[in-house]
Design a protein. Sequence first.
Length: 168
Amino acid sequence: MDAIFKRISVRKYESRPVEPEKVERLLRAAMAAPSARNQQPWEFYVVTDRETIRELAGCSPYASFLPEAPLAIVPCYRKEGLTAPSYAEIDMSIATENLLLEAADLGLGACWMGIAPVRERMDAVNAVLGNPDGLEAFALVSCGYPAEERPQQDRYEESRIHWIPEKK
């Protein structure tokens, strides 16, 4: 799976929109994620409205570049009816990573901006989206065609691997 080794956090985008079929592929990839007890807590907002994207950028000190993106995806999670609620944010992390990998595979760029578990950021995003009670903002993901190109950093560090050999 080559996308794992080419995915980078993209913060500069071309102005052209992302085709609807590619957006659907991103969301299908996200929803293909495993989840605790198959609870699938996810809901996704797909935002192309420029003003809403600007408002979302104001919800995090790390989202100043978001208005450059033609597309923002906001992964959210339900709090009600879950069989393993304490794993919802873990499930959302896996779904978001799947989305990022699919973006790289489709020739798109994306960047994950953390919202959860910081309550003020979650509340701010919930307010912008008008989320109903029981639906929590998890992250902001900018997406579009990258206006920058760079190689992925090699983060492999052998010193962080600890082998436990078979006992004889």
